[in-house]
Design a protein around this ligand. Structure first.
Ligand code: 9MR
Length: 432
């Protein structure tokens, strides 16, 4: 308790520092903060894919007799504003890119933006590239046609430009999704009246093709080379919901207007308009549930046979104890067997306690996850190409509706948590 109070006081002092920096801009990063006590970090050598995987790939904490003793980190709360911290994307660069999902407001904050550039080489727009952000109903009603909507890109322009300026690649999230797509898009005349009727399958197929074409054309001509992967379809599988082959039906207006082949059609159109180097992904949550995993595998294998898919996105919004890492790893292995790329697209751990002990356990879970990813890559079991965390700070997480969730790698004043050091496989974080 005493420790936590001290931590809290330290945190408040930092928060005050941040506010002072924002308001008066009188000092530089280096000049503003004192050095954190203790915890001088000796980073492990960065892994390379070529390294032979041994039964104990985590570097041993026992130094060779001639080496000076290593100091094992004991302070995990380091202010990224005050001190240089190791870069996660640099550490994992021979394995996979490290991504961040972020909202525009957070990204354009100087301090967060700087930290993002240092830590991540892949970005996902939290909301700014979803259909409800891009579809312009007014313009669609006035200058669109029944089969071709009008889009606007002011929501994501600055984020794409940020990526260009800072050499960060983007995952395009998401083209076709039952959620965050306005109902009027599925209606005759784009009506938003209560008595609106569904547009026909033929009209919806044309709207879908035009939507995908317009997004890809804009992004690829205005910011060429930035988007490297598209989540073409998100969350179409929901076994038990009544759709064919385990598909989501009850709340999917895509399913209800086009029918179960809407996913295949989306991938067909996406392939038609994507730049040749862009990878096309099917993305979903709870992929480790057996029935869901089977349905996803059937779906992606069919689309793979059509030549229109490159990867599977496992969102990975997980808990502290569930799924078990065994089930989770098993799913990656099964997906890996398809030969498709695997990306962990939305990783967070729904921790609902801020005790020191639980923060350490969270660090351990992150470390074990990355240990698993590394092992799967080393052994060739899965071609994992990106790990994305769904948010920068606990405070900004989508999970944090009650203000009591701690799922991510940084706290609200941009201090590292044990979870951050777990991602870096730090020796101070226990593996079990
Ligand atoms: O992070 C997003 C949050 O800000 C939105 O309120 C929410 C609305 O659906 O979407 C969140 O992102 C979701 C992602 O796009 C798809 N997988 C689940 C994510 C968390 O809900």
């Amino acid at each position: 308790m005493l420790l936590w109070n001290a931590k809290w006081i330290k945190t408040m002092v930092r928060l005050f520092t941040v506010v002072m920096i924002c308001n008066f801009a009188v000092c530089t990063f280096a000049g503003c903060g004192g050095k954190e006590e203790g915890g001088e970090e000796k980073q492990e050598a960065q892994p390379t894919k070529e390294e032979e995987s041994t039964p104990t790939p985590i570097p041993t904490s026992t130094p060779a007799p001639t080496e000076p003793a290593k100091e094992v980190r004991t302070d995990f709360y380091i202010s990224s504003l005050d001190e240089e911290i190791p870069s996660m994307c640099e550490y994992w660069k021979d394995y996979f890119s490290i991504g961040i999902a972020i909202t525009k407001g957070e990204l354009l904050n100087d301090f967060k933006g700087e930290l993002i550039v240092q830590q991540f080489n892949s970005m996902t727009c939290g909301n700014e590239m979803k259909p409800d952000a891009l579809l312009d109903r007014e313009a669609t009603k006035s200058t669109g046609t029944e089969t071709c909507p009008v889009l606007k890109f002011d929501s994501c322009d600055e984020m794409l430009a940020f990526c260009v300026d800072n050499n960060i690649k983007m995952r395009g999230h998401t083209l076709i999704w039952h959620s965050q797509t306005p109902d009027w898009f599925f209606m005759e005349g784009y009506s938003n009246k209560p008595d609106a009727v569904f547009a026909s399958r033929e009209v919806m197929l044309e709207r879908m093709e035009n939507y995908i074409r317009l997004v890809m054309e804009y992004v690829n001509t205005t910011y060429p080379g930035v988007v490297y992967a598209w989540d073409v379809v998100n969350e179409a599988i929901a076994p038990g919901d009544g759709g064919e082959n385990g598909m989501r039906m009850s709340d999917s207006l895509w399913y209800q207007t086009i029918g179960p082949d809407f996913v295949e059609k989306a991938f067909e159109y996406a392939r038609k308009y994507a730049a040749p180097e862009q990878k096309l992904f099917y993305n979903d949550f709870n992929t480790y549930e057996t029935a869901k995993r089977i349905a996803i595998l059937e779906l992606v294998n069919k689309i793979k046979d059509q030549g229109n898919i490159d990867g599977i996105g496992m969102q990975s919004h997980i808990g502290m104890n569930s799924p078990t890492l065994l089930d989770y790893e098993e799913t990656i292995r099964k997906f890996g067997e398809t030969g498709l790329e695997i990306q962990i697209t939305e990783l967070d751990i729904n921790l609902d306690s801020n005790s020191e002990e639980d923060f350490m356990k969270e660090g351990t879970r992150y470390k074990r996850l990355f240990f698993t990813f590394k092992n799967l890559v080393d052994t060739g079991a899965a071609n994992i190409t990106n790990i994305t965390v769904w948010g920068l700070t606990d405070e900004g997480s989508w999970l944090n509706k009650d203000g009591k969730r701690y799922p991510l790698l940084f706290n609200q004043v941009l201090e590292t948590k044990p979870a951050f050091w777990g991602v870096l496989m730090d020796e101070g974080i226990p593996l079990y």
